[in-house]
Design a protein around this ligand. Structure first.
Ligand code: NAP
Ligand code: MN
Length: 265
């Protein structure tokens, strides 16, 4: 039992946060949790901070499929942060319960130039870092679909649908639907260039390929959740729904639609 209670804490060590984290460390000790400095041997990975910190914790610990991720916000609850440093009773309840339900969030697998593979929990974005438009050929399951010209394209997960995707007019997708959504950033549409123009949701069986047309004006930045990769010499990005999911705790009073209502309505 005890070896299921090894915890790795992911946070920025600031004077403000440290005493709050210390309080939670002591709480954990009381319930038999032990700490580890090595994320690869942890069963539980807890991030302290907002949704952005939760996303970073995942990237830094390489999307461990067998670990349970817990987001503890410093203040308000977020989309991935079901706990708060200000409400230790709630955390204490979760620590005591042997029957807490586990929730699994779909992720996307992003392969760059057939070599490097990344996982994302929010989205992968492909944008130009200069003021000029750039051009991307879009393929669905190897079928040439459209040529995009504009600021960029974004592929989001269901849980990422409430983030950048939403700002681009994408739909909100229930995290129980393993899927991905392609949205456009300011596409040029005229008699010469034509794209679908609507967000498109694709099933787990599909593969999306985004090929940057290299015309000397391509200066792409690829965003992997909240990290930017410089891909000056990469041009082939393939995206599919991954078999790997992110395990987190399900809190009965904080279902997806509670979060939507709290944040947007
Ligand atoms: P940030 O610029 O601080 O984040 C933007 C906001 O999005 C923050 O309020 C963040 O919450 C929130 N957020 C993150 N994931 C979310 C989700 N799944 N659903 C709803 N809101 C979410 O950057 P960050 O904190 O590192 O977050 C990275 C994310 O920001 C990216 O993955 C992207 O989705 C989003 N983003 C949005 C835009 C846009 O809407 N125009 C542009 C760039 C990036 P916290 O304050 O709790 O961190
Ligand atoms: Mn943030």
């Amino acid at each position: 039992m005890t070896d299921r209670k090894k915890v790795y804490l992911f946070y920025k060590k600031t004077d403000e946060l440290e005493p709050k984290v210390q309080k939670i460390r002591e709480l954990g000790k009381k319930y038999g949790f032990t700490l580890t400095e090595r994320p690869e041997e942890a069963n539980i990975i807890a991030s302290f901070g907002g949704d952005g910190t939760f996303l970073q914790a995942l990237q830094k610990t390489r999307f461990r499929e067998d670990a349970l991720y817990i987001g503890i916000n410093d203040g308000e609850f977020g989309f991935y942060t079901d706990f708060s440093t200000e409400n230790t009773e709630r955390l204490e309840l979760a620590m005591q319960s042997d029957l807490v339900e586990v929730l699994r969030y779909p992720t996307l697998e992003v392969t760059i130039d057939g070599e490097k593979t990344f996982h994302v929990l929010n989205e992968v974005s492909l944008r130009s870092n200069i003021i000029k438009t750039f051009v991307i050929d879009v393929f669905v399951d190897d079928l040439y679909f459209e040529t995009f010209r504009g600021d960029g394209l974004l592929v989001s997960t269901p849980t990422g649908s409430t983030a950048y995707n939403k700002s681009l007019g994408g739909a909100i997708v229930d995290p129980k639907l393993p899927s991905m959504q392609l949205t456009e950033m300011a596409s040029v549409n005229n008699n010469q260039y034509r794209t679908l123009g609507s967000p498109m949701v694709l099933s787990k069986q599909r593969e999306l390929k985004l090929k940057i047309v290299q015309d000397g004006n391509d200066h792409p930045i690829i965003g992997i959740d909240n990290e930017a990769l410089g891909i000056r010499h990469s041009h082939d990005i393939s995206v599919r729904v991954s078999d790997r999911t992110v395990k987190t705790l399900r809190m009965k009073d904080n279902l997806f639609h509670n979060k939507l209502k709290r944040s947007f309505l």
